[in-house]
Design a protein around this ligand. Structure first.
Ligand code: PMT
Length: 404
């Protein structure tokens, strides 16, 4: 992976108050075995000195795009090629905006355009700036370009405000980066994965159905992230308006019964099962064979229970590593822990639904990921970036279970 076999992380530092935490971040990355090359924007030097970062990284800090001595050796293209991973921390609103628009007006933005290494962004800014539609649109755009987002965290800010926009703590960023650079690309190479996504439709008559608000965005983002991690993905999808992600094999179904049959026909061949679909718990007991006429003033629809696909997979003697989702409106962690235990799952990813942000239909989401004896919160971010972070966690837990 590097000259000495250590992962090479290029840390881009931009000009926000959280830059004062970067010496600690570098120290932790280096202690974790990474080689760290720091590149600073001009504004970053107002918050932390290049000399400090040079001392902790053990490498000269770079900031000039056109430095004659660097152009003869480690120029921006060489830096872009050197990196196994690029980390931007803190990433200010200005840096995020420049990257989202493909600007290349300094060394850092130029090398981000030139690199093929995965790019991780740890935003840090005032909460109002973070919540501004322009910033959220820029972040969304970067997620669509494949950038991974870490944070921001929520809490007290240097400016006196309280809210989302704090850079994650250096220990958390370093731990995620170090886990990520160890074979991020192909963490699930060749692993057969069965994944459900989208809603189900339960027929009332030939033209009407009982359905739900799932758009499939979360599940499809997961399918794409799993395929990028090298998995062989079969996606059992309810009716959605999304194209099938590259490298994924899709089986389209409509009802919970069809989804159940499609899963059970394939589950013996998968090593990992992930249930992201919003499966109807009930279906009309006796769908009308012809279009129902509106003759009656009152109509009662009798419903019967559908099979719980996830619980049935997790109860198999040859059960794959099984990951469920939980859609909750309150007491998220408590309800999700209860589902994890009751259904005998290896992991569960819980999300809040019915709130202003995240959940059904939204482009962004946040997850509380739990497993027996542990857990991790993934902050609100665009679903593609969230899916990448969730797949990294699943890959870690899957590898641990396979080796125990
Ligand atoms: O599709 P989006 O618009 O992007 O929205 C994403 C999402 C909110 C749908 C997704 O993130 C999510 O939470 N999916 C699971 C929704 C759900 O049905 O949650 P639940 O708590 O009711 O079910 C728990 C688990 O059991 C889920 O993994 C579900 O797939 C599974 N289940 C439920 C019922 C059933 N009959 N069979 C199942 O397999």
């Amino acid at each position: 992976m590097s000259e000495q076999g250590s992962p090479k992380i290029l840390l881009g530092v931009s000009g926000g108050i959280a830059a004062y935490k970067t010496p600690e971040l570098v120290r932790r990355l280096v202690a974790g075995g990474a080689a760290v090359q720091v590149v600073m924007t001009a504004a970053a030097a107002s918050f932390v000195t290049p000399l400090t970062l040079q001392a902790v990284s053990g490498r000269p800090v770079r900031s000039d795009l056109l430095a004659p001595e660097a152009e003869a050796g480690m120029d921006h293209i060489a830096l872009a090629r050197w990196a196994d991973a690029v980390l931007l921390a803190p990433a200010t609103a200005h840096l995020i905006a420049r990257l989202a628009h493909g600007l290349a007006d300094d060394l850092l933005t130029t090398l981000v355009l030139a690199t093929t290494a995965p790019v991780t962004i740890a935003p840090a800014m005032n909460q109002q700036m973070w919540l501004h539609p322009a910033t959220l649109a820029n972040v969304h755009r970067l997620a669509q370009h494949g950038c991974r987002l870490l944070g921001p965290a929520s809490g007290a800010q240097a400016c006196g405000d309280t809210g989302p926009g704090r850079m994650l703590e250096p220990a958390d960023i370093a731990a995620t980066m170090l886990a990520g650079v160890v074979d991020t690309e192909r963490a699930l190479a060749g692993v057969p994965v069965l994944l459900t996504a989208g809603p189900t439709r339960e027929a009332i008559d030939p033209v009407r159905f009982v359905g739900n608000r799932s758009s499939g965005k979360m599940g499809y983002a997961l399918a794409a992230a799993l395929a990028r991690a090298g998995a062989r993905v079969t996606l059992i999808s309810g009716p959605v308006h999304l194209p099938c992600p590259a490298g994924v094999s899709r089986v389209s179904v409509e009802s919970a019964a069809e989804m159940h049959a499609a899963v059970m026909a394939r589950v013996a061949d998968c090593a990992l099962f992930i249930a992201a679909a919003a499966v109807a718990d009930y279906r009309p007991a006796a769908p009308w064979p012809a279009k129902l006429k509106k003759d009656a003033d009152h109509l009662t629809l009798a419903l019967v229970r559908n099979a719980d696909i996830l619980a049935e997979v997790a109860a198999r003697p040859d059960k794959p590593f099984t990951v469920g989702f939980a859609a909750e409106t309150e007491a998220i962690e408590r309800h999700a822990r209860e589902k994890l235990a009751r259904k005998g799952l290896d992991m569960i990813a819980a999300n809040r639904v019915g709130a202003a942000a995240g959940g059904f239909e939204a482009d962004d989401n946040a997850l509380t990921v739990l497993w027996p004896g542990g857990g991790k919160s993934l902050a609100l971010m665009p679903k593609p970036a969230l899916a990448t972070a969730l797949v990294a966690l699943i890959a870690e837990r899957y590898a641990t279970s396979a080796s125990s």
